[in-house]
Ligand binder design. Structure first.
Ligand code: CAO
Length: 429
């Protein structure tokens, strides 16, 4: 036969109307004596209220955020034969000062808060770390140093999940993330684990293989390359007029279509020849300058981004490059590219111009040291000294590895590239 026992807020010294900031039990849970039931947090300290009887939780009579004082019933527990019921004098677990609390000075003084009963060793009241006794016990059990764990709880409190995430992070990366950051390593926090379904309906889709592979490369490049993006506008009024005219002429003869991308590849090669550092890779203390000009171009596919490569673009005409990029882009969309089609690039062009945008910051495709991003051209008023002229303007975004390319050099490259695109005859010089 079971007996119902009410577990109440014990004598908590001078505290009253203290909010519940953590609630650890639900109806149906089995609790043992001294298991934490709730955490209370005053403006000066936090304290766990442990169970004073063992049994099965029948009712939880409070909820998160409720303000409680001594004597308020928290839960109703059914104790029974074999449940190990043991009733003792109620006592809250030790208080831990809130982060903004004056050191070692909880309201009511330490003596107002009884010593812990049956819980692991007490935290020091002067301890600036904000964690409940149960979390401290959990961390101690796992050998985790609370000082190194970044808190995610309210008012900078370390939660049990933070300890778990920290320990997992150490086990998987061997790194010891810290909130302070020693600077010696990346000191990254573990990835936040959120139960999104708590906030609304969700759908879970697997990430495509291409995205998983490119994601790993992008993440490495983002973290390891100290990259800067430089913007420039190129006047392509004449180039576009020329492209349209040639395409019209060829339409009649059924010839290949010239694309802006092909002109960009060709102009990039010319700029790389003038500024060889952009066609290089870092290898330890050496810079490997490539004498070949293999230009990768980002291609959007239903499964993610791939980068086919036009080999020896310096030796190819613009019609050939247009045909080849069109064919490679088609194969990319159909998932038919071979590994060799995507290898060996010495510089990359990423064109979003067919979609739109003004400027963006492409990520360097390491071990390359630079990438050219392009957005949609628009007609802008440009002052010619006497009047505004409508000019078709192409936004360029060049990202370069600052270990190899300084800002002055990157800007020179951009200015030169813009000159080439403004008057394509310069490419032949
Ligand atoms: N400004 C204005 N119009 C442009 C333009 C620009 N910069 N670039 C292309 N266009 C026009 C083209 O002229 C074409 O119009 P017409 O059919 O009338 O000639 C239309 O936009 C479609 O072009 P497109 O983008 O499909 O073709 P493309 O040859 O220019 O580019 C490719 C091919 C493979 C680069 C492109 O299809 C693609 O995948 N782009 C996305 C790349 C990407 O995702 N980059 C981001 C990487 S970082 O996440």
């Amino acid at each position: 036969m079971s007996t119902l026992i009410d577990i109440k807020v014990p004598d908590i010294g001078d505290f009253s109307d203290v909010p519940i900031i953590d609630l650890y039990v639900r109806p149906g849970d089995t609790v043992a004596v001294d298991d934490p039931l709730v955490t209370l947090e005053s403006d000066k300290a936090t304290m766990d209220v442990p169970a004073t009887a063992a049994g099965v939780v029948k009712e939880v009579l409070v909820k998160l955020g409720d303000r409680v004082s001594e004597g308020r019933t928290l839960i109703r527990v059914a104790t029974g034969d074999g449940a190990g019921a043991a009733i003792r004098t109620p006592a809250p677990a030790p208080a831990v000062p809130a982060p903004d609390a004056p050191a070692a000075k909880p309201v009511g003084g330490a003596s107002a808060l009884p010593a812990p009963v049956g819980l692991p060793p007490t935290p020091q009241l002067g301890d600036s770390i904000h964690a409940s006794p149960s979390v401290r016990a959990y961390a101690r059990e796992l050998g985790a140093d609370l000082a190194k764990i970044a808190p995610s709880g309210p008012a900078g409190r370390i939660l049990k999940e933070d300890v778990t995430a920290y320990v997992k992070g150490v086990l998987t990366t061997g790194a010891t993330p810290s909130a302070s950051g020693s600077g010696g390593s990346l000191d990254l926090l573990p990835w936040p684990k959120v139960d999104f379904a708590r906030f609304g309906p969700i759908e879970v889709r697997p990430v495509s293989r291409i995205k998983r592979i490119s994601g790993l490369n992008l993440a490495r490049n983002w973290v390891m390359v100290p990259a800067v993006t430089y913007h420039e506008d190129a006047d392509i009024t004449d180039l576009e007029a020329f492209r349209i005219q040639i395409n019209k002429e060829n339409e009649k003869g059924g010839g290949a279509k010239l694309t802006l991308l092909a002109f960009l590849v060709k102009a990039s090669v010319k700029a790389l020849q003038k500024f060889p550092e952009f066609n290089s890779s870092l290898d330890g203390d050496n810079l490997v300058l490539k004498k070949y000009f293999h230009i990768g171009f980002a291609a959007d596919t239903p499964n993610g981004l791939v980068v086919p490569v036009v080999k020896d673009a310096d030796k190819k005409g613009i019609f050939d490059i247009a045909t080849e990029t069109g064919e490679l882009a088609r194969q990319a969309r159909e998932g038919k590219l071979k590994p060799a089609d995507m290898q060996g690039a010495s510089f990359t062009v990423s064109s979003l111009g067919g979609i739109g945008g003004t400027y963006f910051s492409p990520i360097v495709n390491a071990p390359e040291v630079a990438i050219l991003g392009v957005n949609k051209s628009t007609t802008k008023p440009v002052w010619d000294g006497k009047t505004f002229q409508p000019r078709l303007t192409l936004p360029l975004s060049l990202t370069a590895d600052h270990r190899v390319i300084d800002g002055a050099l990157a800007t020179r490259f951009n200015v030169y590239l813009a000159q080439l695109l403004a008057d394509f005859r310069r490419v032949t010089l």
